[in-house]
Design a protein around this ligand. Structure first.
Ligand code: RM4
Ligand code: MN
Ligand code: MN
Length: 396
């Protein structure tokens, strides 16, 4: 690799940060059950400890996404506790994720529930979540709604849209000037007939309606199989409405597999659209890169390290595209040349340059290997196995 390219990679990695989710360290699984891991985190403190390891080994994950119901056992009262863990383990609280899908009350929806008292409950929880984010001085509140219906005719789709508009506007008014609302979409699951926020267009309209601090969150697993996600990304960038990502990979639906494990070229194409936008407009895209994965079979921390390294690799590859030359080739409709800029960048082995960069930062050249040597996994396995062995996992 020539010096100019490794310079570009160094610069790109310097600004690339990715947020890891607390739930990625916990016992998560599929709807058929969970395979309990002896080393999985079951407390907020353990999640912070594991996230701290990933950040210490990669230097790229200074924040951890938190789920209000799972990580704030006493709601707003837990803020102090979370701050203590953040300090202790060297990783800060990141996006705050309200939970509007787990309580029994939400059987028929949250913001779209026909019962006004349940809508009020969902509103209260979202307001509390904004308060938590303010208390922790974190910027983003990520909203994902499981709302929808399973059978035709059972829900008033237009009415529910109005309720969503009204409540999103109400919660937007609660935001401090530095905060943002991120609106996530998903085509199906758990609802199998209609989902209230099913795609990026619906999320975009609702975010616009809510107010200027609301943006769209793209979870890569939340699309139909053949959908062109990078085009959605390009459109949202063009509309200045792309707020963030939940990265994961998939083969069939919302599989929550580790990033780039199935289709690394797609992640590369997404990064390329972002970097091309930045070059063309001279603007820095204000995007929260976050991971949203469920490590069902792989070891939780290893899976996270693998993910972060893969993200850095694909981002580094994308930064090798020569934008000026690409723009020229596009203008003159030189198709093969234009395409080859992407293909050549993607085919470049960026790993030696990344290792060089890690060395220059005084960090671990191979984070996964360093983790395996560190003894951390053995230690937590011993400490946590008794508690984890009591976890039950059943489908019915
Ligand atoms: C959803 C969605 C959300 C996540 C929940 C647990 O499918 O991806 O972002 O918070 O799962
Ligand atoms: Mn998600
Ligand atoms: Mn999902």
């Amino acid at each position: 690799m020539n010096a100019a390219n490794s310079d570009r990679i160094f610069q790109a990695l310097e600004k690339f940060r990715i947020e890891i989710p607390s739930w990625g360290f916990a016992n998560t699984g599929t709807r058929f059950g969970k395979f309990i891991q002896a080393a999985a985190a079951t407390t907020t403190e353990e999640k912070f400890s594991d996230a701290g390891q990933v950040h210490a080994l990669t230097g790229a994950c200074p924040t951890v996404a938190l789920h209000v119901l799972w990580d704030f056992t006493d709601g707003i009262q837990s803020i102090g506790e979370v701050q203590t863990y953040a300090k202790r383990y060297g990783v800060n609280p990141g996006s705050i994720n309200p939970n509007l899908f787990q309580d029994q009350e939400y059987k028929y929806g949250s913001f779209g529930n026909p019962d006004p008292s349940i809508r009020a409950r969902a509103l209260r929880h979202t307001r509390d979540s904004i308060e938590i984010a303010r208390g922790l001085q974190t910027r983003d509140i990520s909203l994902w709604f499981a709302d929808g219906s399973n059978y035709p005719g059972t829900a008033n789709i237009r009415q529910r849209k109005l309720w969503f508009e009204e409540l999103l506007k109400t919660v937007h008014a609660d935001l401090s000037t530095s905060q943002r609302l991120l609106v996530e979409y998903k085509p199906f699951e758990p609802a199998f007939y209609h989902t209230d926020i099913a795609d990026w267009g619906m999320a975009l309209l609702l975010a616009r309606f809510a107010g200027p601090q609301a943006k769209v969150l793209v979870d890569t697993g939340h699309h139909y199989a053949a959908q062109n996600i990078e085009q959605i990304v390009a459109w949202l960038l063009s509309e200045e409405m792309l707020g963030g990502f939940h990265f994961n990979d998939r083969r069939y639906a919302d599989d929550d597999l580790t990033l780039g494990s199935i289709d690394p070229y797609q992640v590369f194409r997404i990064f390329h659209e972002i970097l091309f936008y930045e070059w063309e407009t001279g603007k820095q895209a204000d995007i929260a890169y976050m991971i949203d994965q469920s490590h069902n079979l792989k070891g939780k921390i290893e899976a996270m390290l693998q993910t972060v390294c893969m993200a850095q690799e694909l981002f580094a590859k994308a930064c090798l595209v020569n934008h000026a030359e690409l723009a020229e080739a596009q203008k003159s409709c030189d198709l093969v040349k234009a395409e080859s800029f992407l293909q050549d960048a993607f085919a470049t082995d960026v790993r030696p340059a990344i290792q060089e960069w890690r060395r220059s930062k005084g960090g671990q050249v191979n984070p996964l290997e360093a983790f395996r040597q560190s003894g951390y996994l053995e230690r937590i396995t011993q400490q946590r196995s008794a508690r984890n062995s009591q976890s039950v996992s059943s489908y019915a």
